[in-house]
Design a protein around this ligand. Structure first.
Ligand SMILES: Cc1ncc(COP(=O)(O)O)c(C=O)c1O
Length: 354
């Protein structure tokens, strides 16, 4: 499967009812949506006979208040993915510079443009070499990075982020930083406050992961006002539907849910990583968000073989063999509840110890 999280296809393939599937393949908050978002969704159903606000203006204002980014520098999208594709039509880069492994939709969205892939070194846990990257850049290039990165889970150091912002500007290049998973990071390393002073910098955010609503679709981009204007002109109005706007407003204001999520993820991530490291032949990589990339080479089984054992038990993991820059000995698991993580570790142990 191209992406994780296809429970529909997995249910068919493994003959397990969708409701019984434990999905570690998509990086979604295991708490599910905020209860306040669910209540807002219920209430919003009565209003679907009306058009939503064309540019999700109320939600955009709330995001401006929370982030400090002016409204003129924000655009909402039907998921962050929509905005990646729309950007390709607006930026029209001379070349896209793509450190890999990375989220596969960057290459797909910019398929019409020249691309330079920079393979990150596995022996250094796929860390960026900022100096090397900056030396590659030419005027008109677009450098795309995710922070934290997906699927590696790596986080870029603040000093390196500063070098990247400064260095891309000096090279006359664009910098798109995908912060789809930044809400899971405390203290945050978001570059949102930097967007105002750096017109070549664009920040992408998603609400589908932290706020557990991938089926509803919601994301936003912060960028220079003229880019936002061009994106707004080329995208249809009403693209963020009315229930998604209502759920977004409620989610972002549900501070109890945000705090509970952070506590759960941070505690469970450490617990799951320790459990994985204790299994022979598995090496979890350092993880900054709500998922862990696991190197299973030393155990001798491929990720595909492990996936094939877990599937019939209704447990989905992300086989990472289709990520550029990875091979068949990597899989990724989302951090879920203690009980679910325990079940995953138990099944992995059975497979590995035969
Ligand atoms: C790094 C990254 N960016 C963006 C997206 C797309 O997010 P959305 O669901 O908001 O379209 C994903 C989805 O998996 C992702 O992993």
């Amino acid at each position: 499967m191209q992406h994780g999280g296809n429970v529909w296809r997995a249910a068919q393939a493994y003959g397990v009812p969708k409701e019984r599937i434990l999905d570690f393949s998509a990086n979604i908050n295991p708490l599910g949506p905020s209860p306040k978002a669910m209540a807002a969704l219920q209430a919003a159903l009565a209003d679907i006979k009306h058009y939503p606000e064309p540019q999700a203006e109320t939600l955009r204002r709330l995001i401006a208040n929370i982030t400090g980014v002016p409204e003129s520098m924000l655009i909402l999208g039907n998921g962050a993915a929509e905005l990646i594709y729309a950007l390709a039509g607006v930026i029209k880069p001379r070349r896209v510079v793509l450190p890999v492994p990375a989220f596969s939709e960057y290459a797909a969205a910019f398929a019409a443009f020249a691309q330079l892939e920079v393979v990150l070194p596995p022996e250094q846990n796929f860390c960026l070499d900022v100096g090397q990257l900056l030396r590659l850049l030419q005027p008109g290039d677009l450098l795309i990075l995710a922070n934290p990165n997906n699927p590696t889970g790596g986080l870029i150091e603040p000093t390196e982020l500063a070098q990247l912002v400064w260095g891309t500007g000096r090279a006359g290049a664009w910098l798109l930083v995908d912060e789809a998973f930044m809400d899971f990071v405390r203290p945050s390393r978001t570059l949102l406050p930097e967007v105002s002073g750096h017109p070549w910098l664009m920040i992408l955010r998603s609400l589908t992961k932290f706020f557990a609503m991938p089926g509803l679709r919601l994301g936003y981009l912060a960028a220079a006002p003229y880019i936002i204007k061009q994106l707004t002109d080329c995208l249809p109005p009403w693209r963020v539907n009315l229930p998604a706007q209502a759920a977004g407003l409620a989610s972002l204001q549900d501070t109890d849910y945000i705090e509970t999520t952070l506590k759960l993820i941070h505690r469970q991530r450490d617990w799951l990583a320790a459990g994985l490291a204790a299994l022979p032949g598995l090496r979890p990589l350092p993880a900054a968000a709500n998922y862990i990339l696991v190197d299973c080479r030393a155990g001798g089984l491929t990720a595909g073989q492990i996936q094939a054992h877990l599937g019939p038990a209704g447990i989905l993991i992300r086989n990472c063999d289709n990520f550029r820059g990875l091979d068949s000995y990597y899989f990724r698991v989302a951090v879920r509840s203690q009980e679910e993580n325990r079940i995953l570790l138990h099944h992995l142990q059975t497979i590995i110890t035969g």
